[in-house]
Design a protein around this ligand. Structure first.
Ligand SMILES: NC(=O)c1ccc[n+]([C@@H]2O[C@H](COP(=O)([O-])OP(=O)(O)OC[C@H]3O[C@@H](n4cnc5c(N)ncnc54)[C@H](O)[C@@H]3O)[C@@H](O)[C@H]2O)c1
Length: 318
């Protein structure tokens, strides 16, 4: 597969201009197109301001800024914008019909070798690809906002996406753009927004039931769940709680809130039945070879103390 060096971003809004910036910072040429002349004319100013912000925090050197900006070409002609691209990113508003229309037009004017990606936050990549003659070259890339700051890009493998395209985009994003990636199969909302949706649904329930205000709920997240999940993720953390405790707690919630949705999946109950309870038994959702429970508890205390001190949330001891 040929190297990705010429990129095109369709849509110069909140996501598009930031993605164009990341590609330019990676040394690629970027054609930036938008249907709205105003959005297009302001894009470079936004990118310049982003770069100055990065420079102010020593994340980039001042000398790199003119080179980055010079790689971004504002192109008001759609066909010219896509004709030479190795990679085309669609970043237009979140409507399936609009995204399909943009890709149908792009496929007619671009090289047969170009990889096509959508930065949709929730729409199945496979639904977008249905209008394509070569659906195997479309892959979902869900960037986070702002794209030039947040490291993760979800790579969504649609049913017809080729493995070669998935591998090439992963290599490009990680090795050239400095991003972190996860690969997932196609589902509405992918991983990040399915998780975010579940949290939001429960947060809204808590307000609806008059349990807490949005301020208290946000604090519970920022001052506890956020840092703990940052360190371990929702699964990793369970091993430290103990999976037997987790299963019992989930059963109680299902009973007390009269909602079977709180029950944990059978595979988790089976893990407990096999005696794999987490760090206490050396195996739970993850495995902990050659480490005693005491070692692991000490390691967790250390990791959390360092993290909480860094973000100014550590317990103040008298
Ligand atoms: N905003 C976020 O936080 C966020 C995060 C991740 C992913 N996304 C996804 O990124 C995509 C873009 O979102 P955004 O927030 O950048 O939207 P936005 O409204 O800021 O920008 C969209 C741009 O697309 C342009 N546009 C509209 N129709 C077009 C067309 N036919 N051809 C070319 N350009 C066209 C608009 O003029 C606008 O400048 C959406 O799919 C969205 O779900 C957004």
């Amino acid at each position: 597969m040929s190297k990705i060096s010429r990129t095109t971003v369709l849509g110069a809004g909140a996501m598009g201009h930031g993605i164009a910036q990341v590609f330019a910072q990676a040394g690629c040429d970027v054609e930036l197109y938008d249907i709205d002349a105003d959005a297009l004319s302001h894009a470079k100013d936004h990118i310049n301001a982003n770069l100055l912000q990065l420079m102010a925090h020593s994340a980039i050197a001042r000398e790199t800024i003119p080179f980055t900006l010079s790689r971004i070409h504002i192109e008001p002609d759609f066909n010219k914008a896509v004709s030479k691209a190795d990679l085309i990113v669609e970043a237009v508003p979140e409507r399936l019909d609009l995204k399909q229309e943009v890709f149908t037009k792009a496929e007619k004017a671009c090289s047969k070798k170009a990889i096509l990606t959508s930065t949709t936050s929730v729409i199945r990549a496979g639904d977008i690809a249905k209008v394509l003659e070569m659906p195997q070259r479309l892959v979902g890339t869900h960037w986070m906002n702002p794209p030039f700051i947040l490291p993760l890009v979800e790579i969504i493998r649609a049913p017809k996406t080729s493995d070669a395209v998935v591998n090439q985009i992963k290599t490009f994003l990680e090795e050239e753009c400095g991003k972190r990636t996860i690969i997932c199969n196609d589902t509405p909302g992918f991983v990040v927004n399915r998780l975010a949706g579940a949290v939001l649904k429960e947060a809204a329930n808590l307000i609806e039931e008059d349990v807490a205000t949005h301020i208290e709920i946000d604090r519970a997240w920022k001052e506890h769940l956020g840092p703990v999940f940052l360190q371990y993720g929702p699964f990793g953390n369970l091993d430290y709680i103990g999976l037997d405790v987790v299963v019992l707690a989930a059963k109680y919630l299902a009973w007390a809130l009269n909602d079977e949705g709180y029950k944990l999946p059978q595979w988790l109950e089976n893990t407990v039945l096999k005696g794999n309870l987490g760090i206490r038994t050396g195996k739970g959702i993850y495995e902990y070879p050659d480490q005693t429970p005491e070692d692991l508890r000490r390691k967790r205390a250390e990791e959390l103390l360092v993290l909480l001190q860094k973000v100014g949330l550590a317990t103040v001891h008298k």
